[in-house]
Design a protein around this ligand. Structure first.
Ligand code: S3P
Length: 169
């Protein structure tokens, strides 16, 4: 089996839904950002500050290539679709799930999240976050094999919907 890859913007709930989905399907859960932090031996925020985003994107691509064939549920970082080679790779995968969330909810979640540091979104206004989101929207759509609208749904409901719609039950 290929990995079930969750994509979507920061704050879409990829990690929360991913953990639930992995538990429901009895599969391992992998967070791509956590795998990157293990590789670079520092936080993503520190890496952005010292090495820059372009270098981060190269590492993100390498790790994506390593994990696509694993039997696992994988939460990808929100910018995974930006690199053309990632976008092409995702389009060839059978189980790429785009968690689509409305911009207001995304901004609320990002601004209230004290656990995760997000160098591209922290301390940005709603308009600035939306400006990062807008050009990505078609890329998420194109890369996905399944689009799940998450608005007003719990992680458990979203996980059940993914299982049903991917035909995994
Ligand atoms: C990013 C999203 C983050 C992380 C990095 C860049 C992005 O992951 O990979 O800060 O460009 O959208 P989450 O989507 O898990 O917050």
């Amino acid at each position: 089996m290929n990995a079930i890859l969750l994509i979507g913007f920061m704050g879409a709930g990829k990690s929360t839904v991913g953990r639930q989905l992995a538990a429901d399907l009895d599969l391992p859960f992998l967070d791509l950002d956590t795998a990157i932090e293990a590789e670079i031996q520092m936080s993503i925020a520190d890496y952005f500050a010292t090495q820059g985003e372009a270098s981060f994107r190269q590492i993100e691509s390498c790790i994506l290539q390593e994990i696509v064939a694993q039997e696992a549920v994988v939460a990808c970082g929100g910018g995974i679709i930006l690199q053309p080679q990632n976008h092409q790779l995702l389009k060839r995968q059978p189980n790429v799930v785009y968690l689509q969330t409305n911009p207001d909810q995304l901004y609320q979640r990002i601004s209230q999240d004290t656990q995760n540091q997000r160098p591209l979104a922290d301390e940005k206004t709603a308009a600035e976050v939306t400006a990062i989101l807008q050009p990505r929207l078609p890329l998420y759509q194109e890369a996905a094999s399944l689009v799940v609208v998450t608005d007003d749904k719990t992680p458990a409901i979203i996980a059940t919907e993914i299982i049903e719609r991917l035909g995994k039950q």
